[in-house]
Design a protein around this ligand. Sequence first.
Ligand code: FAD
Length: 288
Amino acid sequence: MKVIETIKSEKPTLSFEVFPPKTSDNFESVRLAAEKIADLKPSYMSVTYGAGGGTSDFTVDLAEDLIKQKGVTPLTHLTCVSSDERKIEAELKKIKSKGIENILALRGDIPEDVDKSAMKYKYAYELIEKIKSFDSDFCIGGACYPESHPESENGEKDIENLKIKVESGCEFLTTQMFFDNNILYNFIMRLMKKGVDVPVVAGIMPVTNARQIKRIISISKNALPQRFVRIVDRFSDDPQALKQAGIAYATEQIIDLYANGISSVHVYSMNNAEVAEKIKNNLTEIIK
Ligand code: FAD
């Protein structure tokens, strides 16, 4: 099933994300966690590629398992970083041979020791062109940043670059996490003004532990609403309370998104089946 068909359907969608293990020793435990999330019958599941220092070796294997064992549609991520033309072609052949139809094409974060000018694909749109020329049947998505990408000159320039990405064959966009829905609503208005008219999937991160909070604050430009900051201040030294409050906050964000006409939500569930299940259970009457 193509992800674009799912997100263009009348029903609201809810998808989850998993990341592959760094070593083969951990493949089994990650596979089990991914399968538990798959049992929640999400609209589709995305599998990251080398994100946050992780690996790319098991992305396709994990995605294949989701189709074969659980019948869940996978969205495999693929990045320009650490990929030359041969590696990309080999990955695309593997993806195709496993019956995977959907790719989230990304640039990846460029490590400090990598010479950007030597990269074959410098931007996600170039990778999208490559995927399209390899097989025009793949359904391709890309990333977008409601608070603009940290390297972009400004929000307007970032949207102009997004337009290039969409024109190169990107059929939908998944957002970076955000904690204030007004930021997304404002971003969508700006996309519409610039003629970027592909579906936007809202990326929601349930913040359920103190480590995540530190990481969010250190790497992103995310605006943190007072309501969110108060939860963190009040509960960050009580892990169970923080988890419960983080799930409630994410659930409220999701309900508000659906209520305001955003019909596709992607949860950065980070292999955490318990969190994914609690969020899904909070929405049983909303997404039937
Ligand atoms: P691009 O779209 O190439 O944009 C990168 C920067 O270049 C932006 O500042 C943009 O404005 C600028 N730009 C784009 N096109 C042009 C152009 N034509 N001319 C000039 N400037 C341009 N990382 C991983 O390593 N693995 C993953 O699995 C992964 N999954 C992700 C999933 C989502 C939903 C999101 C939001 C991010 C994910 N990331 C992942 C992180 C992502 O790779 C980084 O944020 C990266 O820095 C940017 O990737 P991109 O695909 O958005 O890049």
